[in-house]
Design a protein. Sequence first.
Length: 263
Amino acid sequence: MRVVIQDDYEKMSLWAAHYIAAKINAHKEDRPFVLGLPTGSSPIGVYRELARMNNAGELCFANVVTFNMDEYLGLPREHDQSYWYFMHDNFFDHLVDMKSENINILNGMTDDPEGECARYEEKIASYGGIDLFMGGIGVDGHLAFNEPYTSLSSRTGLRDLTTDTRIVNSRFFGNDPEKVPAQALSVGIGTVTDAREVLVLISGHNKARALAATVEGGVSQKWTCSALQLHNAAIIACDEAACGELTVDTYKYFLDIEKEERL
């Protein structure tokens, strides 16, 4: 596992965006570059920089296929809190050459959740798997909507959301947890770790315990993010604020080994 520590959120976002752009630009295979994407506050800075690079002619998305991590069950795509809406509003609508047919987001209005999730897994496989999966984690370490104690080998499926998650997300729903959908469709931990590379963004003091559990804790279903320890090409991009719970030796080690990556 690599842990790339940057001074703040903006530098973390720039580093991650340029890492992803370099991977896309270096992709020479006949098949598309397949990119897994999250929603939430963590990736907004990355999306902003990727869109800037795309509009400046530094990065092309014409041969990129995307798969999003999750979607609320029961929200139509036109709802301003659906993840379909979020992705278009914060990213896809700002790209000059992204093909709509290459955008894949789980259908939250499906009347067959299990079938929708199975088709999603099949479509990922049809492209030869995901090349790079970017993600963020919650304060309890959940990756996508894989709450604590979700199987670390789980696949895309229907997830029940915890009260804590609904409270955290209620800031987008008028601060009313009851307005937050109780279920979501989500890729599994196994779906994420099947990717050739996984890049997880962790920023802020409130994510410090989660970062420490991901890096220093044991592999456990309690912290689904800890599954990254088993991936041979996992990267965590984080800011200084998120490092508060790391031991001094761990912090110094990653600063030293990744010193060339410091912006």
